[in-house]
Write a protein of this length. Structure first.
Length: 230
């Protein structure tokens, strides 16, 4: 994996190669409570969330609830949704048998004011994306080590950066779909959030040989699926 500086006019200078798993103790020795934040970028299709250790709490986003089954696939622990269409879909359920639907007690929806980026970060207050909302819930729950999957807006390949596993399905239309023009703003918000929480480690996990934009915050780390340090 190669890391790049934050997106600026399409010019990306190589910063460094990704650290090996053995290097993580150099950055932080006390990992604290861990959580997995599961975005829906297609890069995570190369990794099964069933491989996440059972002691790590999982926070999924939006359409991931469609994969839930109480016996065969009881993941994730929580689903975070921001857009009203998706919130309503989860609350209604997608099965005639409510016992097969994702439990509403594990649905997390931000308060109305928290569905938009903070004015401190962006005075225009664009809509919050579910992945970032999931990070904030995990931090509020006391998690200090966040393993983040499927955050593809960090990838330097334009079509990959806006990919979504559920693209084109119900509640994943053009009105909510991210585009490449959104990437600088999303990077800015993520950099703001990670800087606001210096005691939290944000570990972004991607496939081998991915090009990734780096953030300025020193508590942001990167690894590949083959060297996740858990």
């Amino acid at each position: 994996m190669v890391l790049y500086s934050e997106l600026q006019d399409g010019n990306n200078d190589v910063v460094k190669d990704i650290p090996n798993a053995d290097d993580f103790n150099y950055y932080r020795t006390d990992w604290g409570e861990a959580a997995a934040i599961i975005g829906n970028g297609t890069s995570r299709l190369e990794f099964s969330i069933t491989q996440i250790p059972s002691h790590i709490i999982t926070y999924g986003c939006n359409g991931i609830h469609r994969n839930y089954h109480p016996i065969t696939h009881p993941y994730p622990d929580y689903v975070v949704a921001v857009d009203k269409g998706m919130v309503n879909e989860i609350r209604r359920g997608i099965h005639s048998d409510p016992n097969l639907c994702f439990p509403l007690s594990r649905l997390l929806v931000p308060e109305d004011n928290d569905c938009w980026e903070p004015a401190e970060c962006n005075p225009n207050r664009p809509r919050m994306n579910a992945g970032m909302a999931a990070m904030r819930f995990a931090i509020n729950h006391g998690k200090t080590q966040l393993f983040c999957f499927g955050f593809d807006f960090l990838l330097t390949t334009p079509h990959q950066a806006v990919s979504n596993i559920f693209d084109g399905s119900l509640n994943y239309g053009p009105e909510t779909r991210a585009n490449h023009a959104d990437t600088p703003g999303r990077l800015h918000f993520l950099n703001w959030l990670t800087t606001k929480h210096p005691d939290v480690s944000f570990i972004f996990v991607f496939p081998e040989n991915s090009g990734v934009y780096t953030l300025f915050s020193t508590n942001t780390l990167y690894c590949t699926y083959s060297n996740i340090p858990w």
